[in-house]
Write a protein that binds this ligand. Structure first.
Ligand SMILES: Nc1ncnc2c1ncn2[C@@H]1O[C@H](COP(=O)(O)OP(=O)(O)O)[C@@H](O)[C@H]1O
Ligand SMILES: [Mg+2]
Length: 287
C-alpha cells in the first residue's frame, strides 16, 4: 500500500527539527535528505514505528565497533518519521548478488556481536515448537491457512515433531533476535557492517536469525552455498548449541518457510522453498 502522506510528513518533521534539507524519495517509504536517511510508517503502523525507534536506539548505543547500528537522530512519533545517518555503501544482499565473497563472514560477525548483547545458554525445551506445529497442521487441515502440498507437509511436520525428543534438554543459545535477519538488513559502509530494521525486543532461539541469513545466502546463489554456509557458521561462532538442537530447529524453520509459501510463489519464494525442502531432508545441520 503506498503512503501518499509520507512526503508531507517528512517535510514537516524536518521543519519541526529546524533542519533545512530537501528530502528525495528512495522508494518504500524511505527518503534521503543530505546526510540523513528518513524512514516513514503509515498511520496504522504506529506500534511498529515506535518499536523500531526504541530498539534501534538501544542497539546503536550498545554496538560500537565493527558491528554497528545507525543512531536514531530523531524520532517524530506524531508524524512517524525516524531519522538516522545515511550510510554510503551497499546492503549485503546487493553485495552478495554482485559476487563479493566476504558477505557470509560479515553477516555472521555482525550477528555474533548483536546476539552477544543479550545471549544466554539454556537447556532446549521443544514444547513451544511442538505446539506451534500442531497449530499449523490444524490450520492447514481446517483450511484457515493454505499450505502447498498439505498432505506432504503434514507428514513432514509429524516426523519433525517425533524427533523433538532428541533435542530435549540439550544446550541451546537464546538471545533477543532480530527476527527479520535478511542480507538486505545489513549494510557495509565505512569498513563496518551496520544492521537496520530492528523491532523485536523478545528473546528467542538465536539460530532463527542464523537460519534466515543462511536461507538468503543459499537462495540467492545456490552455486556458492557450499562455501557460504560454513563461513557464516564460523563467523557466527556458536559453540554452545548441540547438533540435535540445530537439526531440530532447522527442520522447524524449514516448515515455517513451507507454510508461508503461497501457491503462486515469486521466484525468490520458490528459491527459498527449494532450499527449505533440501534442508528439511538433510541429516546434518547446515546452521
Ligand atoms: N541508513 C541507511 N543508509 C543507507 N541505506 C539505507 C539505510 N536504511 C535503509 N537503507 C536501504 O533501504 C533498504 C530498506 O530499508 P529498511 O529499513 O530495511 O526498510 P524495510 O522495512 O522496508 O525493509 C535497505 O535494505 C537499505 O538498502
Ligand atoms: Mg529491511
Amino acid at each position: 500500500m503506498s503512503d501518499t502522506s509520507a512526503p508531507a510528513r517528512v517535510i514537516s518533521a524536518l521543519a519541526a527539527q529546524g533542519i533545512d534539507a530537501t528530502p528525495f524519495p528512495m522508494g518504500k517509504g524511505l527518503f534521503r535528505a543530505g546526510d540523513l536517511l528518513l524512514k516513514t510508517w503509515r498511520p496504522d503502523q504506529a506500534d511498529k514505528a515506535m518499536a523500531q525507534a526504541q530498539r534501534q536506539a538501544e542497539v546503536a548505543q550498545a554496538l560500537t565497533t565493527g558491528a554497528r547500528a545507525p543512531r536514531v537522530l530523531f524520532f517524530d512519533a506524531q508524524r512517524l518519521v525516524l531519522a538516522m545517518p545515511y550510510l554510503t555503501g551497499a546492503d549485503l544482499s546487493a553485495r552478495w548478488r554482485a559476487g563479493h565473497h566476504d558477505v557470509p563472514e560479515h553477516a555472521g560477525a555482525w550477528l555474533r556481536a548483536f546476539h552477544a548483547l543479550t545471549a544466554r545458554d539454556a537447556p532446549f525445551w521443544p514444547k513451544g515448537q511442538v505446539n506451534w506445529l500442531n497449530r499449523l497442521v490444524d490450520a492447514g487441515q481446517s483450511g484457515t491457512r493454505e499450505i502447498v502440498e498439505f498432505d506432504r507437509f503434514r507428514a513432514a511436520a509429524m516426523q519433525v515433531q517425533a524427533r523433538a525428543k532428541h533435542a530435549r534438554g540439550k544446550p541451546c543459545r537464546k538471545a533477543v533476535t532480530h527476527r527479520d535477519m535478511t542480507l538486505s538488513n545489513l549494510i557495509r559502509a565505512d569498513g563496518q557492517t551496520w544492521g537496520i530494521d530492528f523491532e523485536n525486543p523478545k528473546p528467542d532461539d538465536a539460530l532463527r536469525d542464523v537460519f534466515t541469513l543462511a536461507l538468503d545466502l543459499a537462495a540467492m546463489a545456490p552455486e556458492r552455498t557450499q562455501s557460504a554456509l560454513p563461513a557464516l557458521r564460523r563467523a557466527y561462532g556458536d559453540t554452545v548449541t548441540a547438533p540435535e538442537v540445530r537439526l531440530f530447529l532447522q527442520q522447524c524453520f524449514c516448515l515455517w518457510v513451507w507454510a508461508n509459501t503461497p501457491a503462486q510463489p515469486s521466484a525468490r519464494q520458490a528459491a527459498r522453498l527449494d532450499c527449505a525442502e533440501a534442508w528439511l531432508a538433510a541429516q546434518e545441520p547446515v546452521i
